[in-house]
Design a protein around this ligand. Structure first.
Ligand code: PEP
Ligand code: MG
Length: 575
């Protein structure tokens, strides 16, 4: 039983027969061509592929819904991006080379550029361009991938190098139980589609194509990102028991998701969702949350070639505000820098980007960018319960300056008679030791706090969150982090403001009782975790968890903390 590891794509475990999708065998050659005929071939292929994407869009809309269908639209945009194909067409004209070769070369160059970006979401967009180009080349060579319906009459798991959305849609879903791909990251379209279909997926599983050459069955664990080839009978039996238990748990979580989270002693707790990229905006479910606790705006900037205009930002914030339907929507102002870079911003290269020119520091320096965003957020505040949140605050002065900028943006809108909510709240992320230590002062001037544990852990423990070598130190159970969270909540409450948490630790079930015991008012997380955390909150009594939280703060080591928390959560889940 060989184990292949990859990345967790879509949650769930499954066993099925292997269906390998071999990569297309088209070889592109650098031939001398008739220029006109070559360009005609390109235009025809573009048209046929475009029509096919339209057809897939309509079909997907009916069978899988808007989220999955939107992918076809995104692909069509790439397909008709004249700017992108300009260079390839010019090479055909200048060098008289075949169009498929020119496209393939251009795609490789662009993919290389995307691969160098640190952000996984952007890397996936590079993979999308690659998929579109590959399919287009198939059409240019007179093949029609649309006719290659993949039909199988038993439970099967697709094994592929990568899957384009069109590939995924063409697969007959009746017996499809899971997907595993060599390439692709956790935000790839394979993952989005798998989630839409409700089946497990493992991505980035290097070597899976070769390893499955002679295998017939495969087990996938999508939540943890690994697979077993040809699992033994005893494993299959054991898996049957686990699967039944998991299905039961999932039912409980789904039920909890659509209800208000209430502790055993009757205290309602706010559970919100994190959002920001187009997919999460389109797929937003108001029925499972109390609002959006963190709306990351940098995706909006990262998907553009230049600064998004006020109008464009306003439209997106407004769309989100309308979707939240009167529930809270916390829009975080631009948090660029650190691991997130933007070409058009021409940010200086730094030896220590996480400690450098980042987030609010950039916004307070490049005021026009900040004001444009603030005006867009303020205008959207007319359509919902919008709040503004500043990232990376480390001094009271920064908060005052940021609030002053909000006032300036308000004045500008008033001059143009543009309406906005004058009572809009402004809060801050607490994600640095500096902001923890002066949280008593900051609490007097901020309307709310949201603890960003992703950064707070890295800055408190001096451990780069992107550096694999030191990940063993990046631990939320370090008492320095727990004490920091406790202190922030205490100081927030003393000043009468609400304290939420929007870092990944908000959905760490081991710590749910501790956060509640510390008095956290709001948990914000990716939508997929909401049901489980609401379910756990419903099993806790505030009085009891306060005792547990106090006990944890008295411990000395990470190991001790984990021991107590693991024991506690397994007792709780058995109840
Ligand atoms: C955080 O730091 O916890 C956070 C939510 O912000 P980001 O992950 O976007 O830096
Ligand atoms: Mg952060």
């Amino acid at each position: 039983m060989r184990k292949i590891t990859g990345l967790p794509g879509a949650k769930g475990q499954t066993i099925g027969n292997i269906l390998r999708m071999k990569p297309d065998s088209i070889v592109v050659k650098k031939e001398v061509v008739d220029i006109e005929a070559e360009i005609h071939k390109f235009r025809m292929a573009q048209q046929t592929y475009g029509n096919e994407l339209d057809k897939l869009y309509e079909e997907t809309l009916i069978t899988l819904g808007e989220d999955a269908a939107a992918i076809m639209k995104a692909y069509k945009m790439i397909l008709f991006d004249e700017e992108f194909f300009k260079k390839a067409l010019k090479r055909v004209q200048d060098e008289r080379i075949s169009i498929d070769y020119a496209i393939s070369e251009e795609q490789k160059a662009v993919s290389k550029m995307f691969q160098m970006i640190n952000d996984p979401y952007m890397r996936e967009r590079g993979a999308d361009i690659e998929n579109v180009c590959k399919e287009l080349i198939t059409y240019i060579n007179g093949k029609d991938p649309a006719t290659d319906q993949i039909i199988y009459d038993r439970d099967f798991i697709v094994v592929a190098e990568d899957l384009s959305p069109a590939d995924t849609i063409r697969i007959d879903k009746k017996y499809l139980r899971g997907m595993i791909t060599e390439r692709g990251g956790i935000t790839s379209h394979t993952v989005i589609l798998a989630k839409t279909l409700g089946i497990p997926a493992v991505v980035g599983a290097t070597g899976i194509m070769e390893a499955t050459e002679n295998a017939s069955k495969i087990f996938l664990n999508g939540g943890e990102g690994y697979a077993y080839l040809d699992p033994e009978d005893s494993f299959i039996k054991e898996y049957g028991v686990i699967k039944k238990r998991q299905e039961k748990e999932m039912e409980l979580y789904d039920k909890a998701a659509i209800k208000q989270a209430i502790t055993l002693d009757g205290i309602p707790i706010s559970v919100c969702t994190n959002s920001g990229d187009m997919e999460s905006i389109e797929g937003f479910r108001e029925d499972i949350c109390d609002g959006v606790g963190l709306f990351r705006t940098e995706f909006l900037y990262m998907s553009e070639k230049d600064y998004p205009t006020e109008e464009k930002q306003y439209e997106i914030y407004k769309q989100m505000a309308l979707k939240t339907n009167g529930k809270e929507l916390i829009i975080r102002t631009l948090d660029i820098g650190g691991d997130k870079q933007l070409d058009y911003m021409n940010l200086p290269s730094e030896s220590n980007p996480f400690l450098g020119y980042r987030a609010i520091r950039i916004c307070l320096d490049r005021k026009e960018i900040f004001l444009t965003q603030l005006r867009a957020i303020l205008r959207a505040s007319n359509y919902g319960h919008v709040k503004i949140m500043f990232p990376m605050i480390v001094t009271v002065e920064e908060l005052r300056m940021a609030k002053q900028m909000v006032k300036t943006a308000m004045t500008q809108l008033e001059e143009g008679n543009i309406p906005y909510n004058k009572e809009i709240e402004t809060g801050i992320m607490i994600e640095t030791p500096a902001s923890v230590l002066i949280s008593d002062k900051l609490a007097k001037e901020a309307d709310f706090f949201s603890i960003g544990t992703n950064d707070l852990i890295q800055y408190t423990t001096a451990t780069d969150r992107m550096n694999d070598k030191v990940q063993y130190l990046y631990d939320v159970c370090n008492l320095s982090v727990l004490k920091a969270v406790y202190q922030v909540i205490q100081n927030g409450h003393k000043a009468g403001i609400k304290v939420g948490m929007c870092g990944e630790a908000a959905s760490d079930e081991r710590l749910t009782p501790v956060w509640l015991g510390f008095g956290l008012d709001e948990f914000s997380m990716v939508p997929g975790q909401i049901g489980r955390i609401k379910y756990i909150l419903g099993k806790l009594s505030k009085k009891e968890v306060e005792k547990l939280a106090a006990k944890v703060l008295e411990l000395d080591t990470i190991h001790e903390v984990k021991e107590v928390l693991n024991q506690n959560i397994s007792n709780l889940m058995e109840k």
